[in-house]
Ligand binder design. Structure first.
Ligand code: ATP
Length: 653
């Protein structure tokens, strides 16, 4: 390992220089540029491994209602297959091909790419739909979305009748939503076939009667049958990933056919450390600078476990950069994690300024499906933050655990999307061999209250009998049922209660928070509860750096409430709000909204820094607070609107 980070002290002062910024090019492209870009994309698509098996894949989908497709990362599954199917006529009568992704950022960026490949405006033929952001229209035929969103659609349309094909992408991730979705899609397939069969029986009876009665009736029945078949054609279901256990999925779907797409577009060299690293953050830092100083051009993607770790590494990179000669300082850090507002997440997809190398510090949000242009190097310390559930205590927590082999494969797959790449795994090869093959399904390590609420809302009352790909433990199901019962979401006979259970199922929140909001309106503290729930829904509000721990504790005391942490969080939110209200008065003569926003952002960031508050988390909490409002049950929406009107409570950092 090189010396720079090992020898360097971490306590150097930060540069006062402005950080270079990432900018979208908003220059209109000339017609020649557009034609050249189209030509490049056309060639890229033709060279993808999946392109050579296009006809075969289309035929497989025609022949089988359920198909499992396994293909190398970057082989073209996510972007190409939906286009092949669309062109082969899989969208008759305005039907839609739906592709689910476990993560929002993947749904958005892949849809953008496919719209560009098709030469259409995003939201027309190709669109995406994620919670709080629907970019589709009546002409959308290829729709990327999160698996959670499709589950919510099923609440409104149990036949998912708009879809002719549903592709469950990145199924190896085994999120709770994916697992529930698979069981549900199995039911939808059966229900559609049954619905058509029922019509066949009814119509056959009518038709045989009509031969002896009126001839015209027979034709009418045939037309009705055709209409029914058009409304409910068999649902084609495709399960895809680069790293799924095909046998498990095939057995679950009654021996479904699995096909493998051979070939990888670009080679990725994988390197391991000789010995186990005692501090993977330090090892990651060393590797970043090793690449920066010794390798050719290309951006770096580093996988870390969470926001705090990412922000810590960001600071360390800045500190180390100060020790380099001017011409070597052109390294730009860009973070991405789930609680980062989406416009900030999108910064990782922007090119670095000329001469700079971009280093993206990411959680596993960037692990699957996404293509980040420019990435040539991946650094994988081999850890991930995952949910863990203790059914005895009923407690859920986040713990840092080693990744699975499947995750390691996905991570290395992020290099080599535009050309050959390199992946540095920060552990010895012998450790890789010890990793689990696949990630433990989330459904086996989380509180199931939300899932149960959703299933009940879908009319599935027998949770233990539900056809899960892998059943969660009986103890976990029972504990969650108990919890829902205590929250008043279930009746004595275990049905969804009316109205509380139904209201809770509608809110996209943890059931405890949903119930808290419902009760808050009765206790006249809805305003406080909305703030508390928003603040509890983000990563830690308080920032506690190791080297300034005493100062951070003193700062926290200013907000502390003797009545508990929730009120402490409300105090923080209100103090920030007060600051903004004051600023708004001071800036009352300023007309330009953009200027006001910019100035406010700066002030809040400064205030956060002084008070050891995590400004990103606070901003995210404010965003959530704003977004929750439409989901609050209608019976107290009025009071909420009135509240907004009276106090003029408008948050805009
Ligand atoms: N936004 C993008 N910008 C540039 N190239 C892209 C983009 N999205 C996809 N590509 C190109 O298309 C290729 C195929 O991507 P696609 O996501 O379809 O592969 P995949 O087989 O689904 O991979 P994975 O299993 O990793 O999700 C990528 O390797 C890359 O070359």
């Amino acid at each position: 390992m090189p010396s720079i980070a090992q020898n360097g002290s971490r306590n150097t002062t930060q540069s006062r220089k402005q950080k270079p910024v990432l900018k979208f090019s908003n220059q209109p492209r000339s017609a020649a540029d557009v034609i050249a870009r189209r030509e490049i994309i056309k060639r890229q698509r033709e060279s993808l491994p999946i392109a050579s098996v296009k006809e075969r894949l289309v035929q497989e989908v025609k022949n089988h209602d359920i198909l499992i497709i396994v293909g190398e990362t970057g082989s073209g599954k996510t972007t190409q297959l939906p286009q092949f199917l669309f062109n082969a006529g899989f969208c008759p009568d305005g039907k839609v091909i739906g592709i689910t992704q476990p993560r929002r950022v993947a749904a958005v960026t892949v849809a953008k790419r496919v719209a560009e490949e098709c030469g259409v405006e995003l939201g027309q033929k190709v669109g995406y739909s994620i919670r709080f952001d629907d970019n589709t229209s009546s002409s959308t035929r290829i729709k990327y979305m999160t698996d959670g969103l499709l589950l919510r659609e099923a609440l409104l349309d149990p036949y998912l009748s708009r879809y002719s094909v549903i592709i469950v992408d990145e199924a190896h991730e085994r999120t709770v939503h994916t697992d529930v979705l698979l069981g549900l899609l199995k039911n939808v397939q059966r229900a559609r076939v049954k619905s058509v069969n029922d019509h066949v029986i009814v119509n056959n009876k009518k038709a045989s009667n009509s031969i002896t009665n009126e001839n015209g009736k027979g034709a009418e029945c045939t037309t009705l049958l055709k209409q029914c078949q058009r409304k409910f054609p068999p649902l084609k279901l495709i399960i895809m990933s680069a790293s799924l256990d095909a046998r498990l999925f095939s057995e679950y779907f009654g021996g479904a056919r699995a096909v493998h797409v051979e070939g990888r577009q670009h080679h990725v060299d994988v390197f391991y450390t000789l010995h186990a690293e005692t501090d993977y953050v330090d090892a990651a830092l060393i590797t970043i600078f090793q690449i920066h100083l010794e390798e050719g051009p290309g951006d770096i993607l580093v996988f870390l476990t969470g926001q705090e770790e990412i922000e810590g590494v960001e600071r360390l990179v800045q500190e180390q950069l100060q020790k380099l000669p001017e011409e070597r300082k052109k390294l730009l850090t860009v973070p991405i994690f789930s609680s980062l507002p989406s416009e900030k997440q999108m910064r990782v997809f922007m090119p670095a300024p000329a001469g700079y190398r971009k280093v993206i510090l990411a959680t596993n949000i960037a692990e699957t499906s996404v293509t980040i242009p420019g990435i040539k190097f991946v650094i994988d310390p081999g850890f991930v933050k995952a949910r863990s559930y203790d059914p005895v205590k009923g407690m859920e927590s986040l713990i840092i655990i080693p990744t699975s082999k499947a995750q390691a494969l996905q991570r290395s797959g992020r290099a080599g999307r535009e050309g050959p790449g390199k992946c540095f795994r920060l552990y010895p090869e012998s450790e890789f061999e010890k990793l689990e093959d696949s990630t433990k399904p989330e459904i086996k390590r989380c509180n199931l209250s939300n899932v149960i609420l959703q299933l009940k809302a879908l009319g599935i009352d027998d949770i233990i009998g539900f056809d899960f790909l892998e059943k969660p433990s009986r103890a976990a199901i029972q504990k969650s049922l108990e919890q829902l019962f205590l929250l008043g979401a279930l009746t004595d006979d275990c049905k969804l209660s009316d109205p509380v259970g139904h209201q809770m199922a509608r809110l996209p929140l943890d059931p405890i928070y949903s119930k808290a909001l419902i009760l808050a309106s009765q206790f006249n503290c809805l305003e406080e509860m909305l703030i508390a729930v928003s603040m509890l829904s983000v990563e830690s509000i308080f920032y506690n750096p190791r080297e300034k721990s005493a100062e951070a504790k003193t700062a926290k005391k200013c907000f502390a409430s003797p009545d508990g942490d929730h009120l402490t969080l409300i105090n923080v939110y209100r103090a920030a709000d007060e600051l903004l209200q004051k600023r708004r008065m001071e800036l009352s003569t300023e007309k330009n909204e953009k200027n006001i926003k910019g100035k406010n952002e700066k002030i809040v960031r400064k205030w956060c820094k002084e008070n050891f508050i995590n400004s990103r988390s606070l901003k995210h909490a404010c965003d959530i607070h704003r977004l929750f409002t439409p989901f609050v049950p209608p019976f107290f929406l009025f009071s909420l609107r009135l509240f907004y009107f009276l106090v003029g409570f408008i948050y805009k950092f």
